[in-house]
Design a protein around this ligand. Sequence first.
Ligand code: CO
Length: 468
Amino acid sequence: MAEKKPIKITETILRDAHQSLIATRMSTEQMLPIVEKLDQVGYHSLECWGGATFDASLRFLKEDPWERLRKIRDKAKNTKLQMLFRGQNILGYNQYSDDVVEYFVQKSIANGIDIIRIFDCLNDVRNLQTAVTAANKEKGHAQVALSYTLGEAYTLDYWKNMAKQVEDMGANSLCIKDMAGLLLPYTATELVQALKETVNIPIQLHTHYTSGVASMTYLKAVEAGVDVIDTAMSPFALGTSQPATEVMVETFKGTPYDTGFDQKLLAEIADYFRPLRDEALDTGLLNPKNLGVNIKTLLYQVPGGMLSNLTSQLKDLHAEDKYYEVLEEVPRVRKDLGDCPLVTPSSQIVGTQAVMNVINGERYKMVPQQTKDVLSGKYGATVKPFNAEVQKKCIGDAEIITDRPANHIAPQLDKIKDECAKWTQQEEDVLSYALFPQVAVEFFKYREAQQTGVDANVADSKNGAYPV
Ligand code: CO
């Protein structure tokens, strides 16, 4: 038998799995009773924080995300905790100053995070450096993710070149982040082999089951030498989520890639989560549509979360009949915006613009500020140039930034600290406020009301559609 090389696994059930399937609504209370068991499995890491969980905790669950992290840390004594981090966008939708990025990284690690997966929605490596350097400084593991997408500019050489830059900037590992499930099995073989030849740091693969190929992609990637894969416990696997942990574990049993995980223990964990899945199906929080194979994702290269977001935007506008028109407009807008990857926040920006272009019957008649910001270089550089005509129509002769966008953002932290001083009960509150000022203040009011026993009306805002 070939030399043993057990495949390592990152469990996503506490972050991406519920973000992808139930709009990030799993609460801390639902997570905590099972963390000790998850901790016994032998995972490479537990992804449990970042991405949309921060926003959703504050906005919809009325929970302090920092407290969730500390409570999970307290129960996960052996396993590394992992988070997803949007580079210079942190966990928000705009660009932030370096001092806020650095402070956020510092506090994430201080509260229990071991591995920070950092990506940029345009794959502009200049937007990754501050977070990577900060993680290095705090002795955290900085993993940089390449936002995987398709298009003529995204050649094997493009990915190799980016991987080399990522290694050189001080990343401890590399992730291929395939948010839409576009990476096909045989392409995975080529990509993983090419990256393995290019860099020495470990390579992790993250994908979604949206297009139905994900477990085959993992199989080929593992055979090609990938070091870590991301999976979700079966009750919250498949569909727009990840391949099932138990299935991948069983697949590699008795091979050189054997994880050695205990299926009995995994079964106990699945037993815990299954009633939560059933409940989500009963209440409609989990839409069975999200569990099947969505071939449209391959046709339009749109991530699953973005598809459901478009559906709800059109529903609000009473324009559900425009769904296919919008889907066809998405790749055109993406092309105008330099063929960027579609991942938060670029996915929302492209999606919203596509909806407006179709609804108004004229392209770029209405242009949200964020589209203008992309076209003026405020999010960074794209692989291809912007459509010059569109750029002119949207921003006229406004100044265009060509260097690193955060070079143009003055330090924000001191001002933010002053602004929210009356609400803060812990240093971390400053960061919640920095990212989501209004939502954070509502949460702070709610928290105060809970503490003083006054019944707060703000609890009403617990329900509402969350854009994934
Ligand atoms: Co994901």
